[in-house]
Design a protein around this ligand. Structure first.
Ligand SMILES: Cc1cc2nc3c(=O)[nH]c(=O)nc-3n(C[C@H](O)[C@H](O)[C@H](O)COP(=O)(O)OP(=O)(O)OC[C@H]3O[C@@H](n4cnc5c(N)ncnc54)[C@H](O)[C@@H]3O)c2cc1C
Length: 438
């Protein structure tokens, strides 16, 4: 029996949507990120529709889809349902090749049983209809049904329809694959945001006309990524404005800024102590740090990292030798591999991020999408400055190398620059954009 047949957990993949708020305008807004919503987003975007937005209040596939058994049975009571399910049985095995995500498809084949005369009439009708739509369906007797699936008792079975093309998916994984496909084709998906109200144009009689929806009102759930980033931005903007008012404006450097490393009652420290020395226990820290740095990048602010854990939850006998505290991001006495510079570090993926070290002019915007491994910035070049723009491209975020797209900029000799840097020279006074794709 294929392993995937029994591993029917709802969603095994950790799939994160980019943290952001939906745009102000869209051509289509789909409310709900179950299998139906994600499928709509996928198909509309694939058909070339622009500005398709999907909004999910919780996590993708967290609604009914989460509970589904995942059977893709092609024998349905109506023509349209039969055609949809026939198409599903065609699409799902192909989705992985397109989106890179395993939907857990197994062509199990299907048997639909009839135990009374009326049911048999209905089965014969639907089987005939299925064949009209090109769905392979065979009427079989009780014994033949049992040969196909020996575990069934057939004493009260009058007959069955056998469908060789039926199969099953893992519903949550299938939803994620459709979501990934939708994103690939340009749709924008957002989770942890609730649609609170549908807005519509009033009808000529002054009543709300819900056949003419013109917009939606939404609200980010408390504590979501979008909201946390927005809160960071709001607070940091206040600090930035303060320094702009002092002495006619001074640069802002945020000091001692970070997240507490004893997140979730120090669960990650306990996992480390129990022998889990990989990056997994620190994923939550990496996500939290990502939200913080995304906000700093949006405001083009620099900050000093300070993540120490006042509760001293790391092993009391270790630490950095100062106040018996570990500095959270690194403990020299918890290095396991002397050859590996990163050994002893924690949540490195959270703060080892690409950024502009030097700009030949004025930085206008900077954005890093960790999930897509894409870093972008825009700057106003001043060619009278003799030094190039220098961008830190850490191997940790781009382990398989990167593709540079920097039209009009001249890449300088990498032998001179450190291997994790890009140096780019501008010869014109204008706006340049740089995109680094992992
Ligand atoms: C036990 C069980 C077994 C099943 N087995 C099968 C099977 O084998 N084969 C099969 O084909 N079907 C099966 N089904 C049916 C199938 O699971 C559902 O038909 C399907 O999942 C419905 O998908 P959906 O996207 O319409 O709904 P949902 O998955 O419920 O998605 C709706 C989404 O909308 C979101 N939402 C709601 N309100 C808002 C709001 N205001 N703002 C933002 N988001 C919002 C919800 O959070 C939810 O995620 C089964 C169902 C159950 C319960």
């Amino acid at each position: 029996m294929p392993a995937t047949l029994v591993a029917n957990t709802p969603v095994r993949s950790s799939f994160e949507l980019p943290s952001a708020l939906p745009p102000r305008q869209a051509r289509v807004v789909i409310v709900g990120g179950g299998i139906v919503g994600c499928s709509m987003a996928y198909h509309l975007a694939k058909a070339g529709w622009k500005d398709v937005v999907l909004i999910e209040q919780g996590r993708l596939s967290g609604g009914t889809t989460w509970h589904g058994a995942g059977m893709v049975g092609q024998l349905r009571a109506s023509n349209s349902m039969t055609q949809i399910n026939k198409y599903s049985a065609w699409l799902y095995p192909r989705l992985q090749a397109e989106t890179g995500h395993d939907v857990g498809w197994v062509q199990t084949r299907g048997l639909t049983l009839g135990t009374n005369g009326e049911r048999m009439i209905q089965l014969r009708r639907t089987a005939a209809m299925a064949e009209v739509f090109g769905v392979e369906a065979h009427l079989v007797g009780p014994r033949e049904a049992q040969e196909l699936w020996p575990l069934i008792q057939v004493e009260d079975v009058l007959g069955a329809v056998y469908l060789p093309g039926d199969g099953r998916v893992i519903p949550g994984e299938c939803t994620v694959a459709l979501a990934k496909g939708a994103l690939l084709h340009g749709a924008k998906l957002f989770d942890q945001i609730s649609v609170k109200q549908l807005k519509s144009k009033p009808s000529p009689h002054g009543r709300q006309d819900f056949n003419r929806i013109t917009g939606v009102e939404f609200q980010a759930a408390i504590g979501t990524r979008g909201q946390i980033e927005a809160d960071y931005r709001r607070e940091l903007t206040r600090v930035q404005r303060c320094s702009q008012r002092v002495n006619g404006g001074c640069p802002t450097l945020i000091g001692e800024f970070g997240i507490p490393f004893d997140l979730r009652e120090g669960r990650a420290y306990r996992a480390f102590a129990a022998g889990d020395h990989g990056p997994r226990p620190w994923r939550a820290h990496e996500r939290a740090l990502g939200r913080m740095y995304n906000a700093l990048d949006q405001l083009l602010l620099s900050a000093m990292l300070w993540n120490y854990t006042a509760s001293n939850r790391n092993h009391l006998a270790v630490g950095d030798g100062w106040n018996q505290e570990d500095l959270s991001i690194f403990s020299v006495d918890q290095r396991l591999d002397e050859e590996d510079l990163d050994s002893g570090g924690r949540a490195l993926g959270g703060f080892v991020r690409p950024y502009a070290r030097f700009i030949q002019g004025t930085l206008r915007w900077m954005h890093f999408d960790q999930r897509k491994r894409r870093f972008e910035l825009g700057f106003e070049a001043d060619p009278s400055l003799p030094a190039p723009t220098e961008i830190f491209i850490p191997r940790r975020q781009f382990p398989n190398g990167h593709r540079l797209d920097a039209p009009g900029l001249v890449a300088m000799d990498q032998a001179v620059a450190d291997a994790q840097s890009l140096r780019l020279l501008a010869h014109e006074k204008r706006l340049f954009t740089v995109r680094v794709q992992g």
